[in-house]
Design a protein around this ligand. Sequence first.
Ligand SMILES: Nc1ncnc2c1ncn2[C@@H]1O[C@H](COP(=O)(O)OP(=O)(O)O)[C@@H](O)[C@H]1O
Ligand SMILES: [Mg+2]
Length: 261
Amino acid sequence: MANQYEVLGKAPGPEDLKKLSPKDVHLTIKGLNAGYGKMEILHNFDLSVSKAQSLCLIGPNGAGKSTILHSIYGFTNIFSGKIEIDGKEITNLTPAEKLNSVGIAYILQDNSVFPDMTVEENLLMGGYIKDKQDEAYEEAERIFKKYERLRNRRNQPAKVLSGGERRLLEISRALVMKPSILLVDEPSIGLEPRYINMVFEILTELQKNEKKTIIMVEQNAKKGLEFADIGYVLVSGQTAIAGKGDDLLKNPDVGRLFLGG
Ligand SMILES: Nc1ncnc2c1ncn2[C@@H]1O[C@H](COP(=O)(O)OP(=O)(O)O)[C@@H](O)[C@H]1O
Ligand SMILES: [Mg+2]
């Protein structure tokens, strides 16, 4: 990785990370080595997040941010290390098991709405894996009650939605499974500024009112750190700096490298 990041120094240890999420720890990653095929992308990576806390991962392209979300969800090869939820190891569960039994939902980075299906059909796709279909329907109704933007377009093809409404539908589709942890990869990507604010407001509401734990990757470091309680700066598969979102926003190295300051 480029020399400009060397100033960031050595990785904070698990004890430093624990201080940022001292109570009600929800998810932890311990000493994770993971990647694709035989290639290791994450090196001895640690993470800790409390219930209803939000964590934002920032860092240069290719640092391994998405790979962290992939590893939590089960899309990578894990060479060693552990992932735990509520102190219970989940490292080797399949994505379906993660969604169904431990309540982790992954919100895709790419545009994954089916344009010719209705908004309602798209929403119900989120429950396809759920054993109890009735529950998925109930949850979909609750979502329509809550989000007028989706309710008004319920029976129209999803292609009529604005960019921001599409992102809302992608988030809502994950909510049908009633997850307790949301993994969100670059929610602001490709959105006009006014929709970016809308998406962060929606995520803030899900964290504060519905007590979701949120682990997010965000290229827009300023927005991501303003939103999140805590942030990690990832460089070459390791955490270079970890801190409260507000503190990272004030950190001169973070400012210079990631906030255009
Ligand atoms: N599916 C994949 N197969 C092989 N290599 C991958 C795959 N996805 C990402 N990588 C590689 O892993 C590294 C980290 O990528 P990624 O986690 O997507 O970075 P970031 O999200 O921080 O931009 C990069 O070198 C990338 O090329
Ligand atoms: Mg990425």
